[in-house]
Each structure stands twice: as C-alpha cells, then as structure tokens.
Design a binder for this molecule. Structure first.
Ligand SMILES: *[C@@H]1O[C@H](CO)[C@@H](O)[C@H](O)[C@H]1NC(C)=O
Ligand SMILES: *[C@@H]1O[C@H](CO)[C@@H](O)[C@H](O)[C@H]1NC(C)=O
Ligand SMILES: *[C@@H]1O[C@H](CO)[C@@H](O)[C@H](O)[C@H]1NC(C)=O
Ligand SMILES: *[C@@H]1O[C@H](CO)[C@@H](O)[C@H](O)[C@H]1NC(C)=O
Ligand SMILES: *[C@@H]1O[C@H](CO)[C@@H](O)[C@H](O)[C@H]1NC(C)=O
Ligand SMILES: *[C@@H]1O[C@H](CO)[C@@H](O)[C@H](O)[C@H]1NC(C)=O
Length: 366
C-alpha cells in the first residue's frame, strides 16, 4: 500500500535546509512538476507563499493532479483561475507542522483559504490531520471536504519557510452545508432544509457547527413531525445549528452550546464518543464551507415536543404560545414522506461540485 512507499528524505532534507520553496519544488520536479505548472499560473500567490514564513505545504504529487485533471470537472476547475488559487491556498497551512506534530487525535490546521467565495471559517478553512497509531513514522492522513482523504507519501521536506509534505490526492475544498448533506445522502435533512426554506440561511453562516440528523433519526420521529408547521420544522432544524463556534470532535468539551434556535444543546464527551443531548455523533468532522458537520443518530421526541412549544414563544416576531393559525399549518403540509425524502435533485449537483473542487466525493450512507 501507499504506506510502504513513504520515503525518508532525511538526507535530502538536511541539504534542502534553508532552500526556497521554488528550489525545493524544482529539485522534486519528477514528482511535483504538475504542481509547479499550476503555481506558475498564479505568480502572485507563488510570490506570497515564497515570502510567508512558518507554513506547511501539502504538495499534491503528479499522480494526484493528473487524477484531478482527468475529469471534466477537474479540467473546468483548472480553467478557473480563482478556483485554482483557492485550491492552492487550501494546500498551504499556517504554522509549521512536521509529521511528528500529528497524532491519533485529529488536529484541525488552518489553511490560507479565507476567500469567502470558497470558505467561511475565521482564520482560514481547516484540514483534518491524523497520524494513526501503529503506522510507520511519517504516515499522516489529511481529510478535506466531503470526507476525502489524502495520504502523505513523502513527509518532512524542509524549506526556508517551513515544511512540505507530498500528498497523493488533491484536497477537496469543503462545500456548502446543503451540498455536503446531499452528497452524504442525508436526504431527510436535505429535504427538511428545503421545505423549511433554510438552505440559503444555513449555507451562508460563518463559523458554524451543524449536528445533522441521519435519515434514520428523521424516520424515527416521522410520526411526531407529521403535523409540524414549516415554522416548527424550521425551529427543530435551527436547534441543530450552532453559529459562531466551530466545534471539531477533538475540540468539543462537556458544555452547552446555544443554537440558532435560541435553545441550548448539551454536549457530552466520553472518550472518543461525542453526545448531543441524547443523540450520538456517528460521523464526526465532515468539513463544510462554513465549519463542520457531525452526523447524529437521533432527534429526541421530547426535544421535538419542547421545541414545538418553544418555537411559538414571543421571540419569534408576533407569535406566542398559542397554536399556529390553521393557514400556517395547512400551507406547511409536511407529511413526512414528502418532506423528508426529497432532495434527489441536489444529490446530482453535489457530486458535480464535489468533483469540481477536488477528488472523488466519498458518499456515506446512514
Ligand atoms: C517520484 O518520482 C519518481 C520518478 O518519476 C518515481 O519513481 C517515484 O516513485 C516518485 N516518488 C513518489 C513518492 O511519488
Ligand atoms: C441513499 O440512501 C438511500 C436509502 O437510505 C439509498 O436507497 C440510496 O441508494 C442512497 N444513494 C446513494 C447515492 O448512495
Ligand atoms: C460565505 O458567506 C457569505 C455571506 O453569507 C455567502 O454569501 C457565501 O456564499 C458564503 N461562502 C460559502 C463558500 O459558502
Ligand atoms: C405541537 O403543539 C401543538 C399545540 O400546542 C399540539 O397540538 C401538537 O400536538 C404539538 N406537536 C408535537 C409534535 O408535539
Ligand atoms: C397570543 O395569541 C392569542 C391567540 O391568537 C392572542 O389572542 C393574543 O393576543 C396573543 N398574545 C400576544 C402577546 O401576542
Ligand atoms: C386563511 O385561509 C382562508 C381559507 O382558505 C383564506 O380565506 C384566508 O385568506 C387565509 N388567510 C391568510 C392570511 O392566508
């Protein structure tokens, strides 16, 4: 496997010490000529990277870039200078992270990608880095958008601005929450967001943590959600969205987080497991444009009942604890079968966009 191919560049690294990024790339042109070619189309970015100190460059090797460019979406991406720039910026991390800086506990390192067209995470969009226990020295797995994984195949090449790790897949820029949910086949959530007219709102949030109920979680409360108005559905959905805090699995602690709905979620961390109220995180750390999504296995019935009343509290302009007007209820018509299984159309778009901004989207079915 790839891990066998990890090359120790200790001898080379000592020679390369204090060499510029362009020197080091040129010396490794057998593996990095495609990256050099891409950087050459972005002279200003290259100049700025060369002048920046204390960075880590995740350098896709030729195979990685050829794989990307072999797809129509990859070709289209390469023809879009703004997207090429964003992709390259996502491959440069603030801070020097030699491979020994990573462990089995996921690290979330900030990149230079701050352009709001592509990312809404303060300090720069993150990559997730893990050095699995028991693997050879230098083994690091970098996860990016849509749970795409890249392996470090040559670790710890030093240059005067920091360190370079060569990777075998181009990183995927994390996509919008709704696109990610559709790509992940979270059809119930996608459908509910669409019904509640929340797609634009959720996608436009900055520094967000979303606890995304799985399809099974929605199915389990189908009887309860059957009679909900759009407003009530909206309240339940926003109860799963925390704005202003990006809580990655390794940074969440036992705490309460205020949601967009106004009510608080209780977070409990037990070893590697994270619980949100009664629900458990079953897929952690799906990076999105505005932060992170954790897929959870449940929506408590109590929670829905409580929210049903809380949604009608005066904080929602002009509404109160009375029942919703017959018109609101009627116009909602959210029979769970209709509401919670739509979104097939978005899945196609998601896969297209996923491919456009990076490698293959990894679908996970829940
Ligand atoms: C680097 O390129 C050389 C020559 O093409 C190849 O033999 C080698 O396997 C490559 N190494 C890596 C780590 O990709
Ligand atoms: C999404 O999930 C449904 C059922 O949960 C399944 O039938 C469908 O094949 C899945 N779609 C993809 C693209 O994996
Ligand atoms: C970032 O947020 C702005 C403002 O809400 C929005 O217009 C933009 O589309 C967002 N960017 C991404 C990549 O989602
Ligand atoms: C929501 O509240 C209304 C009015 O209080 C009630 O009739 C309805 O049964 C409640 N629905 C759920 C799911 O609790
Ligand atoms: C609450 O709703 C009831 C019934 O629609 C209405 O009579 C009452 O004026 C409302 N109260 C407030 C404070 O809006
Ligand atoms: C409520 O529904 C009734 C009956 O369908 C209709 O006549 C009325 O205009 C509706 N009111 C509003 C505010 O939509």
């Amino acid at each position: 496997m790839l891990f066998n191919k990890i090359v120790s560049l200790a001898a080379f690294a000592s020679l390369a010490w204090a060499q510029s990024i362009t020197d080091v790339l040129t010396q490794n042109k057998d593996n990095l000529s495609a990256l050099i070619g891409l950087l050459a189309t972005q002279p200003e970015l290259l100049k700025s990277i060369a002048e920046t100190k204390d960075i880590t460059i995740l350098a896709p090797n030729n195979k990685a870039i050829e794989t990307l460019l072999s797809t129509d979406a990859g070709k289209a991406a390469a023809a879009n200078p703004a997207l090429v720039k964003a992709i390259l910026q996502y491959h440069v991390l603030s801070g020097v992270f030699p491979s020994t800086a990573f462990s089995s506990k996921p690290a979330f390192a900030a990149s230079l990608l701050t352009d709001a067209t592509y990312a809404n995470v303060t300090g720069g969009q993150r990559v997730k880095a893990v050095a699995p226990e028991g693997r050879p020295k230098g083994t690091v797995i970098i996860s990016s958008g849509l749970l795409a994984d890249s392996n470090v195949v040559v670790a710890d090449v030093k240059f005067d601005g920091g360190v370079i790790h060569v990777i075998d897949e181009v990183l995927t820029i994390p996509t919008a929450a709704s696109v990610t949910a559709a790509a992940a086949n979270l059809t119930a959530l996608t459908g509910a967001l669409t019904t509640a007219n929340l797609v634009g709102t959720v996608d436009g949030l900055k520094d967000v943590t979303i606890f995304a109920p799985s399809n099974a979680a929605f199915e389990a409360i189908a009887a309860t959600t059957a009679g909900l108005s759009v407003q009530q559905l909206s309240s339940i959905l926003t109860y799963h969205v925390v704005a202003g805090t990006v809580g990655y699995s390794s940074t969440l602690t036992n705490t309460k987080l205020k949601t967009v709905n106004g009510a608080e979620l209780e977070i409990k961390v037990s070893g590697a497991d994270v619980f949100v109220n009664q629900a458990k995180v079953i897929v952690a750390d799906v990076l999105i444009a505005g932060g992170v999504v954790h897929v959870i296995d449940g929506i408590g019935e109590d929670e829905v009942t409580d929210l049903n009343s809380s949604v009608l509290l005066p904080s929602g302009s002009g509404t109160n604890t009375s029942t919703p007007s017959p018109n609101a209820t009627a116009s909602a018509t959210p029979t769970p079968n209709v509401v919670l299984t739509s979104g097939a159309g978005s899945t196609m778009g998601a896969v297209g966009l996923g491919a456009l901004v990076g490698g293959a989207a990894l679908l996970f079915n829940l």
